[in-house]
Design a protein around this ligand. Structure first.
Ligand code: UT7
Length: 400
């Protein structure tokens, strides 16, 4: 039996859509008890885009998908599958993906993938599996959120953070190394209620609990910000490091890091933990806020548009959020050829030794491991201090 050539899922097209309407920090100063200074210093966010009246997630998905399909040089009819990562669908049932399929005029399977802010990276990895297994050739992977619909605009602890957006990529089959080369998907359901919408699911049906839901605003997103912050600061760098380890690569070999755009402080911590300059981390959260499943693809598209990345580059993406979930993917843009391609096929460690030399790689790994241990100890110590301060504050509040 002849061996089939290895298949990869290359990113061949991308597109984005953000609604025109903008809410600035100055707008929030008029809506809730907050200041531009607080929002900027605690999050880095300046503006977020908000959907037009009547605009739904399916509409926004189509608007980001069309330019991606055009760039890839295919039509909706060529698609084998559509995955829409989304936690804010048009309806609870059906998932938004079938509506997108109909609006695009595609005639393939379509499903929604709901995994909070990690959803699009989960979807990218999932789509890659269908192509790599040889069953599909062209897949559209969309990340869309209309978070403004599910936010309590009287709750200053959440309303300033989120925005609406959509971004898409097209994946196509190739035999040359490209696309997702290594990944990590993670989940810790013990933190499910750190970031969730209490009502409208089976746990609290609207029909039965309507008054309680409305009186207590349980249809809106609730978040234990500091708890999610702790989780995020740990997982962003640790997940990226584990994915790099799978690839046998060092952080300095990555051309651009594309982190979930939730909070500048979380990204700054990750850069410190990876001992990489902050300018190797793509940041656009000041313009859009946290757009959940749209955040990483929107950053990817803008990195392409701004010339920050090009064919041949390696990018490392990582998202985290509701679930709690996280997902990292090491993505090869364009295709690699020649000796590098052969090395990837043999195994990633071989590729790395080829590019930087075995002795240098092992020496750097050892130094990194020591530095990681020291940094992790310091982070654990800081987290304990942070927890103690929170506990004291809670005790003071309950005593008053
Ligand atoms: O994509 C999903 C993942 N989500 C995230 O990554 C979010 C992770 N969490 C965070 O980014 C941060 O926890 C927040 C930005 C949400 C909050 O920042 P923080 O530094 O953790 O603040 P905090 O929640 O500890 O609150 C500190 C103070 C509190 O006041 P008191 O009790 O100390 O008087 C809050 O009530 O800041 C207050 N506060 C605000 N003040 C002005 C909270 N929100 C605001 C606000 N404006 N918008």
């Amino acid at each position: 039996m002849t061996q089939q050539p290895q298949r990869y899922a290359k990113i061949t097209g991308w597109g984005k859509y953000v609604p025109e309407k903008i809410l600035t920090n100055a707008d929030f100063e008029k809506m809730v008890d907050t200041t531009d200074e607080w929002i900027t210093s605690r999050t880095g966010i300046k503006e977020r885009h908000i959907r037009a009246e009547g605009e739904n997630s399916s509409d926004m998905s189509v608007k980001s998908a069309l330019p991606a399909l055009e760039m890839a040089g295919i039509t909706p009819k060529d698609l084998d599958l559509i995955i829409v990562a989304c936690s804010s669908p048009d309806y609870l049932v059906p998932g938004v993906a079938t509506i997108v399929q109909e609006k695009l005029g595609a005639s393939c399977g379509a499903f929604q993938l709901t995994s909070g802010c990690s959803g699009w990276v989960y979807a990218l990895v999932t789509a890659s599996q269908f192509i790599q297994s040889g069953t599909m050739n062209n897949i559209l992977v969309i990340g869309t959120e209309i978070l403004s619909f599910g936010i309590d605009y009287t709750d200053r602890t959440t309303c300033v953070l989120f925005g609406d957006a959509s971004a898409s990529v097209v994946l196509q089959a190739t035999n040359k190394p490209a696309g997702v080369l290594h990944y990590e998907l993670g989940s810790d359901g013990s933190g499910a209620k750190s970031l969730y919408v209490p009502a409208a699911g089976t746990a609290m049906p609207l029909g039965k609990h309507a008054k309680e839901v409305i009186d207590n605003k349980l249809m809106y997103l609730k978040m234990d910000g500091p708890e999610v912050f702790k989780f995020a600061t740990r997982v962003l760098s640790s997940s990226m490091k584990r994915t790099l380890d799978k690839a046998g690569m060092l952080p300095e070999q990555i051309d651009l890091f594309i982190p979930h755009q939730a909070n500048l402080r979380i990204i700054e911590t990750a850069a410190r933990m990876m001992r990489q300059p902050l300018d190797k981390f793509f940041i656009n959260l000041h313009k859009y806020g946290n757009t959940s499943a749209a955040s990483v693809p929107l950053a990817l598209v803008e990195a392409f548009e701004q010339g920050r990345i090009k064919a041949g580059d390696k990018v490392l993406m990582c998202a985290f959020g509701a679930g709690l979930t996280w997902a990292s993917a090491l993505v090869q843009l364009g295709e690699v050829e020649g000796a590098e391609a052969a090395a990837v096929e043999q195994g990633s460690i071989a590729e790395n030794w080829l590019s930087i030399g075995k002795a240098r790689y092992l020496a750097k790994k050892t130094v990194n491991a020591v530095q990681d241990t020291v940094q992790n100890l310091m982070m654990n110590w800081k987290m304990r201090q942070y927890d103690a301060a929170r506990r004291k504050k809670q005790q003071r509040e309950s005593a008053n």
